[in-house]
Design a protein around this ligand. Structure first.
Ligand code: ADP
Ligand code: ASP
Ligand code: MG
Length: 412
């Protein structure tokens, strides 16, 4: 008998029929003798609908009230799922974030989980109940409702699994695993039966939105085995398939490249003709950091007396960052400040890169042969990222996918 934490995402609970389907799935695991704790998302589209309501009323609602608002979506799903379980004769109890004491810090809309009280859940499990917890939400030390950031139910599930020392954390979604790249962009993407935490963390951080970044961080830190599965397929309870995310590397046949991630959330700011002297990069990037924006890639050209500095930020921060740099540009006597929010980042990820040279050269060659101009490059031990024009995103992903021989059978 195992203890399994399962998470069902928005699409998987998008209608009452789908909620009934989830109940059937849970009961299959119960019948096989497993204890099950479930985290659920709001029904698909609901969180966006709630955000829309807020923006009808205010341009700048307070983060505290936003959390009170958006956390309501998950409360609907936990109750409906328990009703579907009860109808099938399975005892179950629903809990909101505060009821299970999903204790977080006070950073509204991006709170971090500090502690979970597993008391109630344990006694429910002992009594043969399924425990259904609202994803995405928690409570801070002052009793305020918090939420964990978009996609946060993944992190709720992993945190529950860590707290309960579950045998596995299963993330049920609308694809049957983690693919070599987003199957919506490359229909020839292949499901990966296995990926390491390290690779998954890079994929998520570089834009693959199949899992929230923090959920992978959490799973890696507490060594919770995670599995991504389809909620629309019927799994064998003892051999559920999907993609297993765990510590071990796939030693012998570690592929050179495991996947291709991409991000559309990018914008670039360039300041030209500033004095080439110590302290300039610090001045520009320091002000951006002070304004609470994250800088991703940075390129500085080597100049004689003057230099150019280019960096990228999240696309939502473009206007704010540009305003700051325009002001600084005047102070520093820059010849020009420009920006572009029609850029994207495409990244190759793979632990196999550690032991192989030439991946970058091959990547640049493939992109060049498609006539795609590379604007910026960044590398680390297990990834290479390039910034290209937005219009080339699909072409870049697909040509790299086939160039690095990742193509498989067309995904369903
Ligand atoms: P949920 O609502 O279940 O949390 P998400 O929409 O957050 O589901 O995540 C699933 C989606 O992630 C898929 O529909 C797919 O388009 C996207 N995705 C992006 N990159 C990948 C990838 N490498 N493998 C699988 N899915 C991916
Ligand atoms: N409902 C939240 C969102 O849409 C959390 C989640 O689904 O994980 O972001
Ligand atoms: Mg998600």
């Amino acid at each position: 008998m195992a203890l399994i934490v399962q998470k069902y995402g928005g699409t998987s609970v998008g209608t009452t029929d789908r909620i009934e389907n989830v109940a059937e799935k849970i009961i299959k695991f119960r019948k096989a003798g497993h204890d099950v704790v479930v985290a659920v998302s709001a029904m698909s589209g609901e969180t966006n609908r709630l955000i829309g309501l807020a923006s009808d009323i205010s341009d700048r609602p307070t983060p505290r009230e936003m959390d009170v608002l958006v956390s309501t979506g998950e409360q609907v799903t936990i109750a409906l799922l328990c009703m579907a379980l009860h109808k099938r004769g399975q005892d179950a109890r629903s809990y909101t974030g505060w009821q299970v004491a999903m204790q977080t810090d006070s950073s509204h809309m991006k709170a971090r989980i500090n502690n979970i009280d597993d008391h109630k859940m344990r006694s429910d499990l002992d009594a043969g109940r399924v425990v259904v917890v609202a994803g995405f939400q928690g409570i801070d030390d002052n009793g305020n409702i918090t939420t964990l950031g978009r996609g946060g139910s993944d992190t709720t599930a992993v945190a529950l699994a860590a707290a309960l020392k579950a045998d596995e954390c299963q993330i049920y979604t609308d694809v049957d695993g983690v693919y070599t790249t987003d199957p919506r962009v490359e229909p020839n993407a292949r499901r990966l039966p296995h990926i390491t935490f390290e690779e998954m963390l890079e994929m998520a951080s570089l834009g693959s939105k199949v899992l929230q970044i923090r959920s992978v961080e959490f799973a890696g830190k507490y060594q919770v085995p995670m599995r991504v599965l389809s909620s629309f397929e019927d799994q064998d309870v003892n051999n559920p398939g999907g993609t297993l995310i765990s510590l071990e590397e796939n030693d012998v046949e570690a592929p050179l490249i495991s996947g291709i991630a991409f991000s559309r959330d990018e914008a670039q700011i360039t300041v030209r003709g500033v004095p080439d002297q110590p302290g300039i990069a610090h001045k520009v990037l320091g002000e951006i950091a002070d304004a609470n924006m994250e800088v991703d890639m940075i390129v500085q050209n080597i100049g004689d007396a003057v230099t150019d500095l280019t960096f990228t930020v999240h696309r939502n921060d473009h206007d704010k960052a540009l305003e700051i740099v325009q002001k600084l540009g005047e102070e520093l006597n820059a010849s020009e400040v420009t920006s572009d929010s029609t850029i994207v980042k495409v990244s190759l990820v793979g632990v196999g890169m550690r032991s192989h040279a030439g991946v970058a050269a091959k990547m640049f060659d493939i992109l060049a042969s498609e006539g795609i101009n590379i604007r910026m490059i960044a590398t680390s031990e297990i990834k290479i990222s390039v910034v290209v024009d937005e219009k080339y995103l699909e072409l870049a992903v697909r040509s790299l996918h086939s160039g690095f021989e990742l193509d498989g059978e067309a995904a369903a």
